[in-house]
Ligand binder design. Structure first.
Ligand code: PGA
Ligand code: ZN
Length: 423
């Protein structure tokens, strides 16, 4: 039974305020969680409550913290932490808005996640086992964002994320090693060409390269030089995050202004020339017609992930499923703002044979809950950044711990995690 809920303003990996909540049970057992925050946020995401004013340039979260203490805590105290759906729906009732703008999605999510942690601790189970049950043994394939662009870096790349996907490993530990070796090889190559090796928000390098082709080529070179085979062992993936450069019905890439059709052609050319297995947000969040065409053209060959398009929202996902749009959903807990609704979206995706990619935000913290969520949900894929910056590495390290704990019951999603797209 929940006895006390404590909340505080803490900082995320960009030095911006975010919400931490601690749920204490009558038995003295507790659980804690910190909420992440995006930069290239979708228009349809749940509302992140910020203070405004001058403190932290308006980004303070003391109102969300106060909402936890004065509006959420009194309603939840006395309820069982084991009843996650009840907890989440109680908060939804108090909030009583579609986008959680009354309490703040950051306030609600912090309590939702901390409740799950407290509940897992109270029954003496690791979080992935509490949430996923006895069959939760699938370690996800990491989509590792080793070159950052777009809103996450100040270089000249329009596409936001260029990822390597070590699906050919036998274990998660081996996948991590492969990724780290490619990351370091890439660093050497960039250095040898006097390109910048400083990193962006998600820990990937942010060099000034002139084109997407140049990035793809340098990644292929790094994979080979590290001793791996591009494609069969380590594939490539993109997050275009195209909503960020969609203006007046056009995609503004460099000096070009592309229609949806032109964008699709660009993406098709990349897929033709490089071993790309997954493209996220290839088109903008409300370009449903374009997305239909994109799905018709590439949806059989590669994974097409909706991030800003679906915002972890079952209603938007259902529309996508009905209209034949995309074949995969990015799952970010703070886009929807509660654990129950996050698990609902994954469940709906499963039923429609859409894959789920469990994801961090560009503003992260030391909280590793998404690692447990990836294993619990058997999603088979995780996107949690590059091979530097501890807020990214923390999730990888948690997956190593889970793999060790599962021992010979652990399975690496590997090639099957990508549902046989091109691999
Ligand atoms: P964000 O970026 O957290 O800044 O939204 C991550 C993504 O677009 O996948
Ligand atoms: Zn994205």
């Amino acid at each position: 039974v929940i006895d006390t809920i404590i909340a505080r303003e803490v900082l995320d990996s960009r030095g911006n305020p975010t919400v931490e909540a601690e749920v204490l049970l009558g038995t003295g057992i507790s659980g804690r969680a910190i909420v992440p925050s995006g930069a290239s946020t979708g228009a349809h995401e749940a509302h992140e409550l910020r203070d405004g004013g001058t403190k932290y340039f308006g980004r303070g979260v003391t109102k969300a913290v106060a909402n936890i203490e004065t509006r959420i805590a009194p309603a939840l105290c006395g309820l069982s932490a084991l009843d996650q759906m009840n907890i989440d729906s109680a908060m939804a009732k108090i909030d009583n808005t579609d986008d959680k703008s009354s309490l703040g999605a950051n306030a609600i999510l912090a309590v939702s996640l901390a409740t799950a942690r407290a509940a897992a601790n109270s029954v003496g189970l690791p979080l992935y086992r509490y949430l996923g049950g006895p069959m939760a043994n699938l370690l996800p394939v990491p989509l590792m964002n080793v070159i950052n662009g777009g809103a996450h870096a100040s270089n000249n790349l329009d596409f936001q994320e260029f990822m390597i996907v070590p699906h050919g490993a036998q274990t998660f530990r081996e996948a991590l090693q492969m990724g780290a070796e490619v990351f370091h090889t890439l660093k050497d190559i960039l250095t040898s060409r006097t390109l910048s090796t400083s990193v962006g928000d998600e820990g990937g390098f942010a060099p000034n390269l002139n084109s997407n082709d140049e990035v793809a080529k340098i990644l292929i070179e790094s994979i080979e030089k590290a001793g791996y085979t591009p494609g069969t062992q380590i594939a490539l993936a993109l997050d275009v995050a195209s909503t960020e450069f969609y203006k007046d019905n056009h995609y503004c890439v460099g000096k070009e202004k592309y229609s949806s059709f032109d964008m699709i052609t660009q993406l098709e050319n990349l897929v033709k020339n490089y071993p790309i297995v997954s493209i996220e947000d290839g088109l903008a969040e409300d370009d449903w017609e374009g997305w239909k065409l994109l799905t018709n053209r590439l949806g059989k060959e590669i994974q097409l992930v909706g991030d800003d398009l679906f915002v972890t929202n079952s209603k938007r996902l259902l529309k996508g499923i009905r209209e034949g749009v995309a074949n995969s959903i990015l799952i970010k807990v703070n886009q929807i703002g509660s654990l129950t609704e996050t698990l609902d979206a994954i469940e709906l995706a499963n039923r429609a044979s859409y894959s789920s990619v469990i994801s961090h935000r560009s503003g992260e913290t030391e909280d590793t809950i998404i690692a447990d969520l990836a294993v619990a949900s058997r999603a088979g894929q995780i996107k949690t950044g590059s091979l530097s910056r501890s807020e990214r590495i923390a999730k990888y390290n948690q997956l190593l711990r889970i793999e060790d704990e599962l021992g010979n019951q652990a399975r690496y999603a590997g090639t099957t995690g990508l549902f046989n797209f091109r691999v």
